[in-house]
Write a protein that binds this ligand. Structure first.
Ligand SMILES: [Fe+2]
Ligand SMILES: [Fe+2]
Length: 165
């Protein structure tokens, strides 16, 4: 993955999002493992660009970047026990879309990307190629982040065992 190249594209199309107050909130909220929602959103956006360029899929790059950056713009920590925690998987695309619409101008592709990114957990499938790419990229990145968190916890556990020998 060409990080410098992808960051240049992301800053060109989404610098206002990256530097927004909402993203400051995302930096304080954990998504998976040790990844914040901000880290996850940036990782997913790079993965979307990687999939589109690797498979030579013609996309609206601006919409792809902005929809991916905002796909988890729900702005709360879903690990903190609350009413939303149990239904987070199903409800957060709607919350993210409402918040994103308040803070940014969104086109129909970005709206669909955000609203449908949890398919097949939420039953309505994505409509645009950018939304399908996001749906796949999100799952690839979430899997990596969760496995990374598990690996770190496992290493910590074995270090503790070693120190008790
Ligand atoms: Fe999500
Ligand atoms: Fe996500």
């Amino acid at each position: 993955m060409n990080n410098i190249k992808y960051m240049k594209i992301i800053k060109t199309h989404g610098n206002d999002i990256l530097t927004s107050e909402g993203m400051e909130t995302e930096k304080k909220c954990i998504q998976h493992g040790t990844f914040s929602v901000y880290d996850h959103s940036l990782f997913v956006t790079k993965m979307c660009l990687h999939i589109a360029s690797g498979l030579r899929i013609k996309v609206n790059t601006r919409a792809l970047v902005r929809g991916a950056l905002l796909h988890d713009y729900f702005l709360y920590d879903w690990h903190i026990p609350s009413k939303v925690k149990n239904t987070h998987g199903f409800t957060h695309p709607g919350a993210a879309l409402r918040n994103a619409k308040k803070d940014f101008q969104l086109g129909i592709i970005e709206c669909n990307m955000i609203h449908r990114h949890m398919f097949p957990l939420t039953p309505i499938p994505p409509k645009y190629r950018e939304s399908v790419i996001l749906c796949i990229a999100d799952k690839v990145c979430a899997g990596y982040e969760t496995a990374d968190g598990f690996k770190k916890r496992l290493n910590k556990f074995f270090r503790r065992l070693d120190s008790n020998v």
